[in-house]
Design a protein around this ligand. Structure first.
Ligand code: ADP
Ligand code: GLC
Length: 476
């Protein structure tokens, strides 16, 4: 049994902006089920949705700040959560990283540096908890200073740093080094310095004992200039310590027991899926029609997700016999263009701008296909949720999408391995051609049904991934 401190900036259902929150919920649970003692540490944002009791555990100082440490539990689990309470930094109710206009908070460096230092106090048993970490597992740039600063401690626990998305690096003006009182031995180009700036994510990549990322293909992708963002050299250098472990999914996404959908179903009662299609069409004010191909999309509306590609061919796509429902928020320009398309095509395209957990589940259950044409995708969760719901994913062949979806081809139809639709080129033409291919195949219900069965039977559970993490912990 290992004591694992899981340091993360979001966790479902307390706070979520994307897949990191889902993984921070389901991986600790899976680890705990194997007998590990897992504790999460997150900032105590004002907007946290907490249902379990909260108790105050301790008070300590980080520089001039007094930090209060609170304790609660992750719902439906025996995983404890420590909340780093520092109101001057975390008393915000919206998105943890950006303001309402989508701009990063001006003090993000100070906010997450304090969070990292608090995590170190916990890991080193200096936070009054009588608990010392055997392993510290950090996630994304917000926690990148933990491996860096911890490396300077006497008898520090080993660290694992997981890259969920290399595109977000926590890059700050070099002068921040003084403000954050970062020790000079960390500031070299081998350390936190990145072209005269301070890079939080480099703290994780350069100093962690092991680096993981969330799919084997993305582990390769980030070692190339195209997706390495200037860090590919360092990642190639650390190649022996870099491993890709695909994310799993848990029972929050299971059509048999999902409380958010109109009618529960399984692979044996797949006909009931159409009740969800009806509910979805009704919800979005679209003509209720069982036979038209209904495409769903749930996403942060950012370039990573290929939204620009969709916009570039949306006029033509809407001439096909399809309906399209979208749920998302993000880039204001994308939001505006999508709103205009929806207003002009009320019978075909329906849009909900914002964040809506329940609606996300209904889309997964009610759509026939799920569109995810990402330009890059470290892992991606919705393509796995979709398969479990018999909603065939349409994805671009990149990162975790390439690792989790099997394209529908004559050979994969006949050997019953097809689970969705995959295209290679990041172009509007390739996307349109794929949608055409999907529309055509939708006219063959028997083949379609078989692909749904194949998809629903794939095992995306956390079991084998959690075992791979335990293997990584045991090697350090
Ligand atoms: P990423 O983390 O890059 O955004 P993932 O596919 O890993 O991509 O995870 C996205 C998660 O966020 C999924 O659980 C998805 O359902 C959810 N999600 C994204 N946008 C919304 C939204 N507008 N409303 C509800 N859920 C959303
Ligand atoms: C990131 C990635 C996404 C991944 C998620 C969870 O947000 O963009 O691909 O699924 O983290 O690991």
């Amino acid at each position: 049994m290992k004591k694992i401190l899981f340091v993360t900036s979001e966790v479902y259902p307390l706070i979520k902006t994307g897949g990191l929150a889902d993984v921070s919920n389901s991986l600790p649970k899976a680890l705990s089920q194997t007998g590990q003692d897992v504790k999460l540490v997150i900032p105590n944002y004002h907007g946290l949705k907490i249902t379990a009791p909260v108790i105050e555990r301790s008070l300590f100082k980080i520089g001039t700040h007094t930090v209060r440490l609170l304790e609660t539990m992750l719902p439906d689990s025996d995983v404890g959560i420590w909340l780093v309470d520092c109101p001057e930094y975390f008393d915000i109710s919206g998105n943890p990283y950006v303001d309402f206009a989508g701009n990063a908070y001006g003090n993000n460096a100070e906010r997450f540096a304090l969070f990292c230092r608090a995590a170190i106090e916990i890991a080193m048993n200096r936070a009054g908890l009588d608990w010392t970490a055997d392993v510290v597992h950090c996630h994304d740039w917000q926690t990148g200073l933990v491996p860096a600063l911890l490396s300077l401690e006497y008898k520090c626990p080993p660290t694992v740093f997981t890259i969920h998305n290399l595109a977000y690096q926590g890059l700050f003006n070099g002068l921040m080094a003084a403000t954050l009182q970062l020790p000079s031995q960390l500031l070299s180009p081998d350390g936190l310095e990145f072209f005269s700036m301070i890079s939080f994510i480099k703290g994780g990549i350069a100093y962690a004992d092991k680096i993981t990322t969330v799919s084997p293909t993305y582990a390769q992708d980030i070692q190339t200039a195209e997706l390495g963002y200037g860090l590919e050299g360092l990642l190639v250098y650390r190649n022996q310590d870099l491993i890709g472990i695909i994310n799993g999914i848990d029972d929050d996404w299971n059509p048999q027991i999902d409380p958010f959908i109109a009618k529960n179903y399984s692979v044996d009662t797949l006909a009931d899926k159409k009740e969800n299609k009806k509910a979805l069409q009704t919800h979005f004010n679209l003509p209720v029609d069982e036979n038209i191909l209904l495409i769903g999309l749930i996403s942060r509306l950012v370039e990573q997700k290929g939204i620009d590609m969709i916009l570039g061919c949306l006029s033509e796509m809407l001439t096909f016999p399809i309906q399209f429902v979208l749920l998302g928020s993000g880039d204001k320009g994308f939001e505006k263009q999508l709103r205009e398309f929806a207003q002009a095509n009320p019978n075909k395209l329906s849009l909900t701008l914002g964040y809506d957990e329940a609606l996300a589940h209904l889309i997964e259950a009610g759509a026939d296909v799920f569109l995810m044409p990402s330009r890059f995708e470290p892992c991606g969760l919705n393509q796995m949720y979709s398969q479990r719901y018999g909603t065939l994913p349409i994805v671009r062949k990149t990162g975790g999408l390439a690792d989790t979806v099997v394209d529908t081809l004559p050979s994969t139809i006949s050997d019953k391995t097809a689970t969705g639709f995959v295209f290679n080129e990041a172009s509007e033409g390739a996307l349109l051609e794929t949608i055409k291919r999907v529309v055509m195949l939708y006219g063959f219900p028997e083949i379609w049904h078989q692909i749904q069965v194949n998809a629903m039977n794939v095992d995306f559970s956390w079991k084998s991934s959690a075992e791979q993490y335990i293997d990584v912990y045991s090697k350090i």
